[in-house]
Design a protein around this ligand. Sequence first.
Ligand SMILES: [Zn+2]
Length: 48
Amino acid sequence: MEQPLYQEASAEFYRQLPAKTCASCGKEMDEQCESYQSECTDCTVTEQ
Ligand SMILES: [Zn+2]
């Protein structure tokens, strides 16, 4: 019965995160999508 507590703490942790910025250009990213990426969509496209 520890799972519900863990998920709640996780959600709170992500809520407190500062705006995610691109590791390449430093531009603020939308943390709602592609949260696994470290670079913004512009930089990701440029690399490919
Ligand atoms: Zn970028």
